[in-house]
Write a protein that binds this ligand. Sequence first.
Ligand code: ATP
Length: 456
Amino acid sequence: MKDISMEKIVNLCKQYGFVFPGSEIYDGFANTWDFGPVGVELKNNIKRAWWKRFVQEDMNTYGVDAAILMNPRVWEASGHVASFSDPKMDCKKCKQRFRADNLIEEHSNGKVAAEAMSNEQMQDYINDNHIVCPNCGGFDWSEIKQFKLMFETSRGTVEGNKDAVYLRPETCQGEYVNFLNVQRTMRAKLPFAIAQIGKSFRNEITPGNFLFRTIEFEQMELQKFCKEQDSMVFYEDYKKRALEFIEDLGLSSDKLRYHDHDKLAHYAKAACDIQYKFPIGWEELNGIHHRGTWDLSRHGEFSGKKMEYQDPETNEKYIPNVIEYSIGADRLTLAILCEAYEEEQLENDTREVMHFHPAVAPYKAAILPLVKKYHKDKAEEVYQMFSKSFMTTYDETGSIGKRYRRQDVIGTPYCITIDDETLNNGTVTIRDRDTMKQITLSLNDAINYIKEKIEF
Ligand code: ATP
């Protein structure tokens, strides 16, 4: 199967109601995207699958939904106010802005780990290797400067008397600050995790590549709190579970790989990304980080509250270690869109088809009256019946063949044709998206058949 280009996926998403450019009637707003009727279902299903796998099916994981705007002290404690920035360089010729580390990584095909370099080392590397501007080919760079990535807003009712407030750049701080609340109210014993899905905001230097890097995005994250001696076991466990999850959603293993970090934050014991082979190349899809006791210690220091756990058996008090697993919902949606797409050559025709796992497919069934004049009323009745169990769509326009094609391209796994047989003996024909084979079932059996197939 040929890999799809980013341009093709963007156009397909716009054309079929997956994703539209943000504020499009005002000529858009760079690097913002709105999920349309089809895309919102896909992304919601991906989030639901993640929640089911990592919260619902894990006895020791608790969900939260923390506020986006947090006390600014949170971001002092986390280190973001002081150092959440990227090394930026401007091309003086065409005025385009780049991340110095990305320029080096791209130039060396990922062989040089720029993340481990200082600004001076990066500047020297770029000069010594004569790395030119990818946009205009010029070689007239500004000095590397650190570029702040947090969006700042202000709070205050009196003009001129405003306090700086930040849009959270990551969701995990909402989990750390609720460590004591969750532990107490859920009577949680170590090891346990706190999970959350929510929006984050980053003033990225080089946003782009559609949903890959945006300034507003959703993260699905969990923090596992555990004893130090168990921490590496959980780190390895989440590496494994994170990979299994995305493979189960349909990402092929030959397009996935682990990438262990060379440079670790001073408090970190280990860090690894899982990379996916996007149309733009191998890029991070999610991260698994061993954060030691850093986050809880810092919040303890800055808030004055003891972020400790008391061992119920030994009565010993200590700050737990944290393993973090974090994956972008939008980035995963993009990976799934790229993976699922196929332009399939049929005997006398081609068709575009999205082979989504049925659990994440936007609509599970499409109800199609064979002849509108005769079968519309029954089809509407069937729609009401099916839509009580799962997302169902209805289409009465155009030939049945064209209607199948439209469902193929939005990835609907089952098309239900309503015909004379449905009127006379209550059976329907179910067409499978991938094999295009048809079977006949009673209405109730058809609902149960689909329910089984969409399990994750
Ligand atoms: P990158 O190196 O790509 O900037 P990161 O290492 O800063 O990512 P984390 O802070 O570990 O990313 O965030 C966890 C996950 O959140 C990432 O693996 C990615 O899936 C997602 N993510 C991070 N930044 C963005 C963004 N600007 N747009 C979309 N998703 C993002």
